[in-house]
Design a protein around this ligand. Structure first.
Ligand code: CA
Ligand code: ZN
Length: 296
């Protein structure tokens, strides 16, 4: 059985958001998501300054997962990402790493086809559907959906795609999962602040894991494990993500710090998710052949 989560938008992740739905543990959910502009862009000649900025970065949800309690982990398996037929990009003055050189805002609307995005006639890019915003409610306060953190949020992590298994720490009863900001493709770093932004239908299954501790989001693909961390300083984010992987390596393989550290240095990768949101996000990866799954 699938539960459709649609129409309920949030702009902050918070324990105070009323749930859009309450679902049993183990449910399959289909989230209908808007793009990061809240669907406000329909033409390339629109003025980006005229958008309603209150409607930027919506997430769909949140979903209360029965049985989820603070200290648990919510496992979210990304089963399918169905994209719309077009995506949107923007260049905005003072936004992104070249922002000081952007003279006037520009919008690009890009056709999305079965397996590619047309960037301009004759220049196509392979589709690589991914979720920009996915997270749970933080322990306290409210965090804008455009900001990443230990609760997940706007991680803009290209590895959160079909087949990925994501683990999120739970901070409030029910976890309050929300999803938005799907990209048809995005480069690591997201240097100009947008990927190919699109609305989508995202199918996931959720499972509450008891007895697993996690401080920050973690994930795994078919061949690699990733620890994720966000911080104002990218090197600090990398350090935190690498430390989580170091702990796992020491525990799993019974190694001391020196040996585990050398193993990370030999085959672990420090990678950038994004460097343009209010906090930067990094991930550190290791081969699953060596460490298995996050779930013991
Ligand atoms: Ca984003
Ligand atoms: Zn986005």
């Amino acid at each position: 059985m699938e539960t459709l989560i649609s129409g309920n938008r949030i702009y902050h992740m918070s324990g105070e958001n009323p749930p859009a739905a309450r679902v049993p543990d183990g449910s399959r959910l289909v989230f209908e998501t808007e793009d990061c502009f809240g669907g406000q862009i329909t033409r390339e000649d629109q003025a980006i300054e005229a958008l309603d900025w209150e409607r930027i970065n919506p997430a769909t949800g949140p979903v209360w997962v029965e049985g989820a309690q603070p200290g648990d982990v919510l496992r979210v398996t990304i089963e399918k990402i169905q994209l719309a037929d077009h995506g949107t990009m923007a260049a905005v003055p003072d936004s992104g790493i070249f922002g000081s050189r952007v003279q006037a805002s520009r919008i690009k609307i890009l056709p999305i086809r079965e397996d590619e995005v047309e960037f301009r006639p004759g220049l196509t890019l392979p589709l690589r559907p991914m979720i920009g915003v996915i997270g749970v409610a933080p322990a306290e306060g409210k965090i804008p959906c455009g900001t990443p953190g230990s609760h997940g949020g706007n991680m803009d992590n290209t590895r959160i795609g079909e087949g990925t298994v994501l683990y999120l720490p739970v901070f409030v009863p029910g976890a309050l999962l929300a999803i938005g900001d799907v990209h048809a493709c995005m480069g690591d770093g997201e240097v100009m602040v947008t990927g190919v932004e699109t609305s989508a239908q995202v199918t996931v299954t959720v499972k509450v894991l008891k007895g697993m501790t996690l401080r920050d989001p973690a994930l795994e693909t078919a061949d690699r494990l990733y620890a994720v961390a966000s911080h104002t300083d990218l090197s600090q984010a990398i350090h935190t993500a690498a430390s989580a992987m170091l702990e796992l390596t020491m525990e799993r393989l019974g190694m001391d710090l020196e040996e585990a550290g050398m193993l990370l240095s030999a085959c672990g990768n420090a990678e950038v998710c994004q460097i343009v949101d209010p906090l930067s996000t990094a991930r550190f990866s290791m081969p699953r052949k060596i460490l298995g799954s996050w779930q013991a």
